[in-house]
Design a protein around this ligand. Structure first.
Ligand SMILES: Cc1ncc(COP(=O)(O)O)c(C=O)c1O
Length: 290
């Protein structure tokens, strides 16, 4: 009999990590490789952010923090949500995790019961279906059409909803397609979701600042505040501030869910790195011209 649990056999290894590892190995072997795997800026973390980390080490910020993150960082996150999108999350509704990935993991593990469904517009980031499956949920993949710019339409969303739907994921701008939703794009999706009050929304906005033509993606709660009580707004510093290795992601979400995610994180990783948290405060509150 295998030592490996059934739950692990349900999922596949992260393809992003498989491909990234291979690319790194080929680079180390001297090959000229451009990796199109992980979504990762190819420049260094800005100096002011790195300096803040060094200051944190020198200042002794090297101990456990609150599981959900330092009060300074949670406040900085809430303020950034407000400044960037006009969202009004309190610091208590914010949790900081080891990358945006752990936010997704926490949210799914904290909410999915066997058979609960999560709608995932595709092409999608490869980890969503596996995290849902690991949490014993059922991914419902909805292919989005090229002629719609790979954006989910209200009709496609409506058709995918069942009484077992617990979550709808939206990743805007989307990895891998780059599909990005304006307020106008989100409006019809909001209208569908208002008609189905049993559904929660997970909006992964981690690429929101990576647009190159002045386009500003909108986010659900900003477009439809009535969805706030059932939305997780996820973001992080990985992509926007070239900090993928620092492992800081965060969310704003209703207090009951944030508490549940905190409970789960308290029995797994506890707080993410205290030094990375200090660096993230500088990223979010320092100069934004980068
Ligand atoms: C769409 C999407 N969401 C979340 C993440 C995870 O980000 P993090 O590195 O902060 O865990 C990634 C990383 O590639 C991503 O592409």
């Amino acid at each position: 009999m295998s030592i490996i649990a059934d739950r692990l056999n349900r999922i596949s290894p992260s393809q992003t990590i498989v491909i990234s590892t291979k690319a790194r190995a080929l680079k180390a072997a001297g090959r000229n490789i451009i990796s199109l795997s992980a979504g990762e800026p190819d420049f260094r973390t800005p100096d002011n952010i790195a300096q803040a980390a060094m200051k944190a080490i020198e200042g002794g910020q090297t101990r456990y923090t609150d599981v959900a993150g330092t009060p300074e960082l949670r406040k900085a996150v809430a303020e950034r949500f407000r400044l960037d999108s006009g969202l009004d999350y309190t610091a208590e509704e914010v949790i900081v995790s080891t990358g945006g990935k752990q936010i997704i993991y926490n949210a799914m593990m904290a909410t999915l019961n066997p058979g609960d469904e999560a709608i995932i517009p595709a092409p999608c980031w490869v980890s969503y279906p596996d995290i849902v499956t690991l949490a014993e949920g059922t991914p419902v993949i909805v292919p989005c059409k090229r002629e719609n710019g790979f954006k989910l339409t209200a009709q496609e969303l409506e058709a995918a909803i069942t009484p077992r739907t617990k979550w709808v994921f939206l990743n805007s701008p989307c990895n891998p397609t780059g599909a990005a939703y304006s307020a106008q794009d989100l409006r019809p999706l909001c209208d569908v979701l208002l008609r189905h009050p049993h559904i929660w929304i997970f909006t992964d906005d981690i690429y929101a600042k990576l647009t190159y033509d002045g386009f500003r993606p909108a986010t659900f709660v900003e477009v439809e505040p009535r969805l706030r009580p059932r939305t997780v707004t996820m973001n992080g510093v990985s992509k926007a501030y070239a900090m993928t290795g620092w492992r800081i992601g965060f969310s704003g979400a209703p207090i009951e869910l944030t508490k549940a995610m905190n409970k789960l994180q308290g029995q797994s990783t506890s707080n993410t790195c205290s030094i990375a948290q200090a660096a993230a405060v500088e990223a979010l509150t320092g100069p934004q011209d980068f």
